[in-house]
Write a protein that binds this ligand. Sequence first.
Ligand SMILES: [Zn+2]
Length: 134
Amino acid sequence: METELPRTEDEWRVRLSPAEYRVLRQAGTEAPWSGEYVATRTEGTYRCRACDAELFSSDTKFDSHCGWPSFDDALPGAVTVLEDRTMGMVRTEIRCARCNSHLGHVFEGEGFTPKNVRHCVNSISIRLAPSEEQ
Ligand SMILES: [Zn+2]
């Protein structure tokens, strides 16, 4: 059962913790190596912490040594991308396709995996639903 989405930022503030709100709704970034899923190997599906939509499979998670959970693919249609020109560089931001909350950035051409893509995601933007609970 998918829950109804908040319609205003005030409603998001009520639903999310201040730290979650800062990343998900204000495109903040958690400190590297601080997130709970950096080194997680548990099998399952990572869902959006804001709206519970399924975003990433643990099958695509890999160890990038960058300090954030990294995935070389997203579930089909789960994320949207847009150009981010903040911080003095051009990056590609990824957001949840369902609720438009900020997840992280996507980088290409680094050669980590055969797909050559790294979805660099804040742990606080996602929540792991382990396979055995599904
Ligand atoms: Zn979402």
